[in-house]
Structures are given as structure tokens and as C-alpha cells.
Design a protein around this ligand. Sequence first.
Ligand code: GDP
Length: 299
Amino acid sequence: MLDALSEKFERILKKLRGQGVLTEDNIAEALKEVRLALLEADVNFKVVKDFLERVREKAIGQEVLKSLTPGHQVVKVVWDELRGMMGGERSGISLASRPPTIVMMVGLQGAGKTTTSGKLARLFKSQGKRVLLVAADPRRPAAGDQLASLGHDLGIDVHRFDQVDASRADVVRICQRGVERAQEQGYDLVVLDTGGRLHVDDELMAELVAVKQAVNPHEVLLVADAMTGQDAVNMAGQFNQQVGLTGVILTKVEGDARGGAVLSIRAVTGQPIKFLGMGEKLDALEPFHPDRMASRILG
Ligand code: GDP
């Protein structure tokens, strides 16, 4: 994960750490390399620019240059700013004061929405919560089958629409029914696995807005494929503008050497990354901690 970026940072910062005295020129040289490393990692251009400005300002401050370990101080500044770029504090799932907590999953087809719904359900089940999964993509019965099979493996109930009654195939109705069932039957958490498309389109957005208005979820989480880099960032911006998100879950991060989405999605959209998908298995979900990620990148 983010290996290519991490290797570059390690090289650049090792040089800095090793220097007993630092001049503004030394710092400028190192920051040039940092800039290149971030751009090669596919981090959003403006995010890189803002980041470097903040680092430069702090790093050439007198306290840093005059300190006994200026190299280490600069590395600390870079760490702080990387952490800040990814949101600073950890942002988890906010649970409703009165259950059930309603979590609406959105995203494009293939991003890993259904798998991630299963992963989240598993996580909350392991914390002793009763979870209901709702298959809310009547256009793709295969997606419902996939969720049903996940639910079966995990021992988690799955709510599906009644195929006999076509009127119930309406996505809004399915989600409303799922939430009503969760309320009536005392579930702690209900996860709505909404339908995706291959591309963002108006119909999908309108459908998601309608679901959101109907069920008033506590969380609206975009599931996006980290490997798609800036496409994931742009898509997150669109979903946030049109539907309104409360956070993002990036998937396939274990195979993402570059890290452009992980590093820029928060700064561009204002939405926090809440979890990382780290593999196809259902336990491959990690809470996202900006500080730990910054440490991982700096090596
Ligand atoms: P959906 O269309 O968005 O519901 O996507 P699916 O949940 O069906 O996932 C699409 C593919 O991505 C499947 O083969 C999943 O196993 C895979 N997938 C999902 N999350 C991850 C992840 O974090 N890492 C990897 N490597 N594969 C993932």
C-alpha cells in the first residue's frame, strides 16, 4: 500500500534527517523532491500546492532552522501536514442516539459497494450489534444474490424486495421498508446497499437523493476504488455535491502503490475517509487513521 510514495519519501527525508545544519536552500531542494513525489503519486495539483506552502512556511521558521535537530523538525512538519491533509482526526461511524443507525452506501458499480456493506455489517456484528443488510438494487438481481450470500456466510439478516410485487421494486420503497423492518424488529444498524451504475448519471443521482430524503440516513458513505486515483476524487466531489456525503470508504487500497485518492480526497471534497478496504475477504476492512497513514508514508 502506497509503497512507491513511501519509498520516495523515505529517501528524501533520510537526507534531511542526516543534516546537522539546514539552510533555506536545503529545505527548498527537499521540498522540490517532495512535490515531485506527490505529483507522481497522483495527488491533486492544488492539494500539493497548498501542502507545500504550509510546509515551507513552518519549515523555514527560525525555531526549526536554529534547533539542534533541524532535519527531524522538518520531517515532523511534513508529518503534521500530511496528517492534516488527510483530515487530522479519525472519523468513525456516528451511531444514532436512538437505534437503528441508518447507513446508506453509494457508489459506482464494481467499486466494492456490496462487499464493503458486508464488511461493515460484519464489523458491527463483531461489536455485538444486530445488523440488517438491505439489498436495494432491484435492477441487478445478481447484486441482491451476492448480498444474500454474504449475509448467509456472516449470519446477518438480509432484506430483499418481494419480486412478486413489481411496485415494491421501487428503490425508495425498498429502502423505506428495510428501515421500517429494522425499527420494528429492533436492529441496531441497517446498511442500505443501493444500486450503482457504470458511470455517474442524473438518474442515479436523482434516485439516491430520493432515498436519502425518504429515510434520512445518519451516514451516507461513498465507496470508491482507490486505484482509480483522481477519478475517484472527482467522483467523490460529484456525489458530495449532488447527494451529500458524510464520508468515504476507499477500496482496493492494498494494491494502490500511488495513493493519490487516499491523500487528496479529504482536502478536495471536505469529506473524511472512514475506512479502507484492504482485500476481497470480509475481514479486510481497516479504520482509517490519518496519523497512522502519515507515519506509514514517511516510513
Ligand atoms: P459493487 O458493484 O460496487 O457492489 O462491487 P462488489 O462489492 O461486487 O466488488 C467488486 C469487486 O471488487 C469484487 O471482485 C470484490 O471482491 C472486489 N473488492 C471489493 N473490495 C475490495 C478490496 O478492498 N480489495 C480488493 N482487492 N478487491 C475488492
